[in-house]
Design a protein around this ligand. Structure first.
Ligand SMILES: Cc1cc2nc3c(=O)[nH]c(=O)nc-3n(C[C@H](O)[C@H](O)[C@H](O)COP(=O)(O)OP(=O)(O)OC[C@H]3O[C@@H](n4cnc5c(N)ncnc54)[C@H](O)[C@@H]3O)c2cc1C
Ligand code: SF4
Ligand code: SF4
Length: 932
């Protein structure tokens, strides 16, 4: 063991006294997986600690300080500039840090822990008509800690509503373990006593700036536009109280000054009226001149520029070589909005738009325009040469320089050999991104990038006095350029601030301050090809919010990262032992605990479904005996269902003898020895043959009903003796609305094929789907009648594979077909609704909630409960995944007072019942109970 290894192993041993060892990772697989962020640098940590509270962070920092070991913090890991990676200790403060306090009854301020996702803050504030203003494009994934500490911003917040502006106070842990809450006088007083030297140095820096007009003006001028290059000097220029300076210097500090355990921010009112316009120009400079005029008038609240290459990347066919401005006006009344849009149109008249502009209030048209805007980055990422990085740069100019600077930037990119680069972004703030596809595999490519960065510095700083980083942080990427942008005097002050906060330099070493002038072209992340389904992945991490196993084992991004490394090691053979460890670890962390639901694809800018990768891995790993068994089961589905009914019958007999508690306890014991989990929510066996055989009353209105094999085998839950089986309830409901139900022939052998797909047997799965399609086509007279399948994951697969027929989910069918023929009686009773991941992917959430709302005036969809993690049969074999996925459900159910929950997948309902404390059943029951 080397000396370094020994120090880290001592650290782990010591910190395990405070932090539970199951949240400390030192294995290759999790170090690599958790060590990766969205940027293009690769450093692998020696230890990852998933912290749970402030006391743990205090202990970690004290110990690390004592041992001289560097520490880097991590929220969502969506950083782009290399500021969330380390080769030392990574402290993650994400999922365990999600508490908040609304500070007054109008929610004008809110205290937030660092692990809350940006959009979640606005969801929390929505009932109060308030919002969290910092608005990076990544806000659906990025967390408060990362947003504030990177000073991330976006289309609307500019510099007037960014984290610096809205921050009221902060609670931080310094490198020496001292906690300071700047809102609390007792805490400030204690800090005055314990850290007089640090406060003295802060005041000395403040005084130096106050006494130096040139420096003071430079600081004010540089922060008049977006700027995140270096540490934040603004607080030292505008505040007199050292605690205000400490509070605000944390904004943009990128984890180099202290750990943030809570921020208190002012919120802003939601502005209710808005209209957008997409305005095209033939000339880039002319478009920018229009932006300057609009900014001066103050009539638009957002204005995004898309240059000709951006428009080409998203196949906009309005005209050749155009530049577009997508703008939004917002107001608190319709009259005010009309006045703003008229003023804007008046100004635009002076700037030769390519076609007559118009403002739209139509949500569909507006969504289409924003779709174009948000499509640029994925389009470049999706079409880049495989193995290259989709690199987003981020500069800002003073608004009056915009026409000249934008043209110069476009020319420079071409001159540097980046003729495909797209320029787009927040023109109203003078802030552009340019996206390039950059390879780092040869020295020539690295030199090309170095040259580009040096030229960018000359243009942005030397010629236009702009910012080299406007939003994305300095990180390792811009660290060598901070002094050039700010000058030696200001950079010297930044170094003194760093030293005052972190005298031992243990916090995020190498970020913002880095002595290596080549650090921006070192430690590149390899992006080897691994599987065509995921090779386009940019490792942004946007999939993680929806990934059910994220935080339990691996996320979708982490699965891809590990597979890439496995492929690299397989190819170059450089470290067979490490390869073996990664392969062995992936079996459980990557493969067995992937729910295969594909929700990751819904938030992926590239639309990547990591389940496709996992299915391929399962297929490759399936031995001939597994395939044979799968084939046999497919050919003998009726027999397999009968066997399952026998098992359920046995389980229920045991339930009758043992009771709920007995079943739960025996089930947990058996599961520990590897048997499927057996819970009191298990269904009784069911066979629908008698319903199928019944004579259905004839009607002009017909529907084909395909009960999934799950619902043909699993009946009501043992705990709900009064319920009829689902197929019977659905048939009764259809008849109540005057519909004749047709069942496909030979139903006992029919299946959508999903179970084979999820086990890595795509051929068998497709054969089952073909069989089903043929049977449904006959039953529906080639699509003359609508077809309903009662299990949403099955329906999702059917919709993906059967294009010749119109297929419906029950709530959707009720909404579109049955509701007009039914009389609803509404209850006030709270009703919990779970929208399954397949329903979300089919865009059915709205209709399901609408149908529930026809039955109850108190419909409740628990927040932050996505995929339930039951995943067909995983809830039986891997119940911890199910419990992890539903960890936020039970407290919300208890608070809501809901007695029953409704969904549309029988297997998910078993897991939901087990983990919520209330029974879940199909939404068809709810409608049946509340209609005549
Ligand atoms: C596709 C894409 C689009 C993006 N668009 C934008 C955009 O429009 N605008 C923008 O500004 N950014 C954007 N980003 C960059 C990034 O998403 C933001 O900077 C975001 O705020 C980072 O948040 P995070 O939760 O991922 O933080 P992380 O990446 O985990 O961390 C960010 C920094 O904060 C530090 N840190 C984290 N938690 C703490 C803590 N508790 N205490 C102290 N330090 C901490 C980390 O060490 C790191 O230096 C984009 C990124 C991607 C991949
Ligand atoms: S799978 Fe998609 S969302 Fe996830 S990291 Fe890759 S590109 Fe980003
Ligand atoms: S399929 Fe589900 S569990 Fe697997 S990576 Fe995607 S979201 Fe995560």
């Amino acid at each position: 063991m080397t000396d370094t290894d020994k120090r880290y192993s001592d650290f782990v041993r010591e910190i395990s006294r405070t932090v539970s060892p199951d949240r400390i990772y030192t294995d290759d697989l999790r170090l690599l997986a958790w060590g990766t962020d969205a940027g293009f640098y690769r450093l692998v940590p020696k230890v990852v600690v998933r912290s749970r509270n402030e006391q743990e962070v205090v202990a970690i920092l004290r110990l690390a300080s004592e041992m001289g070991l560097p520490v880097t913090f991590r929220a969502a890991g969506t950083s782009l500039s290399g500021q969330a990676v380390t080769d030392s200790i990574l402290v993650v403060a994400g999922k365990n840090w999600e508490s908040y306090r609304i500070l007054d009854d109008k929610a004008t301020a809110i205290a937030l822990q660092p692990g809350i996702i940006g959009t979640r803050v606005s969801e929390i504030l929505e009932p109060y008509g308030r919002l969290f203003t910092p608005d990076p494009a990544s806000k659906k994934s990025a967390m408060v800690g990362g947003i504030v500490v990177n000073n991330a911003s976006g289309m609307k917040c500019g510099v007037h509503a960014n984290s610096d502006r809205v921050l009221r106070s902060i609670r931080i842990v310094f490198a020496d373990g001292t906690v300071l809450d700047t809102a609390d006088e007792a805490s400030r007083e204690a800090f005055r006593k314990s850290h007089p030297d640090m406060l003295g140095e802060i005041m000395a820096i403040h005084n130096e700036i106050a006494d130096d007009k040139e420096l003071h003006d430079l600081i004010i001028n540089k922060y008049s536009i977006k700027n995140v290059t270096g540490l934040n000097l603004l607080p030292f220029a505008i505040f007199d109280d050292p605690f205000d300076m400490i509070t605000h210097s944390m904004v943009g500090s990128e984890g180099t000054l202290a750990f943030v355990s809570e921020v208190t921010v002012n919120t802003a009112p939601v502005v209710p009226f808005s209209a957008s316009a997409m305005v095209y120009f033939s000339d880039l400079a002319e478009a920018c001149r229009a932006v300057v005029a609009l900014r001066k008038a103050g009539c638009v609240q957002a204005c995004e520029l898309l240059d000709k290459k951006s428009l080409a990347s998203v196949h906009d066919t309005t005209g050749d070589g155009l530049t577009a401005l997508l703008m939004t006006c917002e107001a608190d009344s319709k009259e005010k909005l009309d006045s703003l849009t008229n003023e804007t149109l008046g100004i635009l008249k002076g700037f030769k738009p390519f076609i007559e502009p118009h403002f739209s209030l139509d949500p569909e048209e507006i969504a289409e325009w924003w779709h174009i805007r948000s499509g640029v980055f994925p389009a470049v990422g999706g079409t880049r040469a495989l193995g290259t990085t989709a690199l987003i740069e981020d500069v800002a100019f003073h608004i009056e320089d915009l026409p000249e600077a934008t043209v110069a930037l476009a020319q420079l990119l071409e001159e540097c050999g980046y003729d495909d680069a797209c320029i787009y972004g927040h023109a109203l703030e003078g802030n552009y991104h340019f996206v390039i596809a950059q390879a780092f595999t040869t020295q020539a490519e690295v030199e090309k990038y170095r040259h580009l960065m040096e030229e960018i510095e000359k243009l942005v700083v030397g010629r236009f006095h702009g910012s080299l980083k406007a939003e994305h942080g300095t990180g390792r990427n811009m660290a060598p350029f901070v002094a050039a942008e700010w000058g030696d005097k200001a950079f010297g002050l930044m170094k003194r601030i760093k030293k005052a906060f972190d005298p031992l330099n243990i916090l995020n070493q190498g970020v913002i301050f880095n002595d290596d002038p080549n650090c921006f072209i070192s430690n590149f992340k390899p992006l080897p090809l691994t599987n065509p389904h995921v090779d386009r992945c940019i490792e942004c991490g946007f999939c993680e919010v929806n990934c059910v196993s994220c935080g339990f084992t691996l996320s979708a991004r982490q699965r891809i990262v590990v597979q890439r490394e496995i492929s690299r090691l397989r190819r170059d053979g450089s470290d067979p032992e490490r390869l073996k460890r990664l392969e062995a670890g992936f079996r459980y962390f990557g493969n067995e605990t992937c729910a295969g639901d594909g929700l990751c694809s819904t938030s992926c800018p590239m639309g990547i479904n990591t389940a496709d990768l996992i299915h391929d891995i399962r297929e490759a790993e399936m031995g001939p005996s597994g395939k044979k068994l799968g084939k046999w089961a497919a050919e003998h589905l009726a027999g397999v269902s009968a066997g399952l009914r026998l098992m359920l019958g046995g389980a229920n007999m045991a339930h009758a003898v043992l009771g709920d508690k007995g079943v739960a306890s025996v089930g947990r014991t058996l599961n520990k020895v590897g048997l499927p989990l057996w819970t009191p929510s298990l269904p009784v066996p069911f066979n629908p043959s008698h319903i199928v055989a019944q004579q259905q009353p004839a009607s002009e209105k017909k529907v084909v009903y395909f009960p999934s094999c799950i619902n043909r085998t699993m009946g009501r839950s043992e705990n709900q003796p009064a319920d009829l089986p689902l197929p019977e309830v659905f048939v009764n409901l259809c008849q109540r609305a005057g519909y004749e139900v047709i069942f496909p022939d030979n139903m006992k052998d029919l299946c959508c094929g999903m179970i084979w797909e999820s086990k890595g047997m795509p051929d068998i799965a497709d054969e089952k789907t073909r069989q089903l399609e043929a049977a449904l086509s006959v039953a529906s007279q080639a699509g003359r009648y609508p077809i309903v399948c009662d299990q949403s994951p099955c329906l999702h697969r059917m919709r993906d594979h059967i294009k010749s027929l119109e297929l419906f989910e029950p709530a959707e069918f009720i909404h579109d077909y049955l509701a007009p023929h039914l009389t609803f009686t509404k209850t006030d009773e709270p009703v919990a609704v779970h929208v399954t991941c397949s329903s979300r992917r089919m865009g059915l959430a709205g209709k399901i909630v609408n149908v529930a709302a026809m039955c109850s005036s108190n419909v409740f969809v628990p927040a932050e409960v996505g995929c339930c993690g039951f995943a067909g049969d995983k809830g039986f074999t891997e119940p911890k995944l199910n419990a992890w996925a539903l960890r936020k459900l039970k407290p919300q159910i208890e608070k809501s007072g809901a007695k029953t929950g409704y969904s549309n997948s029988r297997t998910c309902e078993i897991g939901l019942s087990t983990n919520s404390g209330i029974p879940y059943k199909s939404i068809v029951y709810l409608v049946y109970e509340h209609t005549k």
